[in-house]
Design a protein around this ligand. Structure first.
Ligand SMILES: NC(=O)c1ccc[n+]([C@@H]2O[C@H](COP(=O)([O-])OP(=O)(O)OC[C@H]3O[C@@H](n4cnc5c(N)ncnc54)[C@H](O)[C@@H]3O)[C@@H](O)[C@H]2O)c1
Length: 251
């Protein structure tokens, strides 16, 4: 396994679940980890266990995010890896359950938070001419999800952002921007749907499988790719079909 000694990783939603497991893996491999979350108790305990830092920060607030990135640079001098991962389940569509305030809140966490993190991570990484940004999107960012249209929409937004920003960079830039797109994985976020998935014998990923793909992305040279994590399949970038451009004979 590659050593991450001397590397600094900032992880939003790092107190538990996928972000917490990524933090553990990177710390085990020598990285300094900074956990950015609103789940203070678990975040502080995990940061202490990993010899890292916990920063209480709501990803919806640009000022708080900027302070979290600045504090990381003050403490460790740089940011090599930004895992933009904080997220919530939404569980509603455009029916009787639609609620404007709830809609705005989940869009702000699942999308605005990633935009803020990406802007701040790029600023830090352009300054040091290198780094990896990995946003946790979802398979819901690639396929339609009729039962959870809003979650599907904000994860599609993350996928569009990553594909666009990631393609600004080539191998010589030494900056890579990718998306991690897991199917259902065994964390608190699926606790309400887990019984239904189990009843339907729908396979659920272990968090370790998601971390394995995260590490695969980190060790690749790809940028602008969305890596699926699906039970029983080898993770790789999802191949989007080319959209049609204007016909050549129309000029
Ligand atoms: N578990 C799955 O099935 C699954 C599948 C695909 C994608 N994802 C995505 O993975 C990411 C991580 O989720 P998870 O499965 O580990 O769930 P989780 O609930 O265990 O972790 C989510 C973390 O995000 C934090 N968070 C929530 N709102 C925040 C805010 N406003 N500011 C800062 N932190 C906040 C939570 O406190 C928590 O620590 C999410 O973006 C989620 O959408 C999860």
């Amino acid at each position: 396994m590659t050593s991450y000694e001397g590397k600094v990783a900032l992880i939003t939603g790092g107190s538990k679940g996928i972000g917490g497991a990524v933090a553990k893996k990177l710390a085990t491999l020598g990285a300094k980890v900074v956990l950015v979350d609103i789940e203070q108790k678990q975040g502080e305990a995990l940061a202490e266990e990993l010899g890292g830092i916990y920063i209480d920060c709501d990803v919806r607030d640009f000022g708080q995010m900027e302070r979290a990135f600045n504090r990381t640079i003050d403490a460790y001098g740089q940011i090599d890896i930004a895992h933009l991962n904080a997220g919530v389940s939404t569980g509603f569509g455009l029916g009787d359950d639609f609620d404007v305030e709830h809609f705005k809140k989940v869009m702000e966490i699942n999308f605005d938070g990633v935009v803020y993190g990406m802007h701040l991570a790029l600023r830090a990484m352009r300054a040091k001419q290198g780094g990896d940004i990995i946003a946790t999107a979802s398979m819901a960012g690639i396929v339609p999800v009729p039962m959870d249209a809003i979650y599907c929409a904000n994860k599609h937004a993350v996928v569009g952002l990553v594909r666009s920003v990631g393609n600004l960079f080539g191998p010589s830039d030494n900056i890579r921007v990718n998306a991690l797109c897991p199917s259902f994985a065994d964390t608190d976020i699926i606790k309400d749907v887990k019984p239904f998935l189990q009843e339907a014998h729908f396979p659920i990923l272990s968090v370790d499988e998601v971390v394995e793909t995260f590490m695969q992305i980190l060790s690749s040279n790809e940028s602008g790719k969305c890596w699926f994590v699906v039970p029983g399949r080898e993770s790789q970038p999802f191949e989007f079909r080319n959209a049609p451009g204007p016909r050549n004979d129309l000029q």
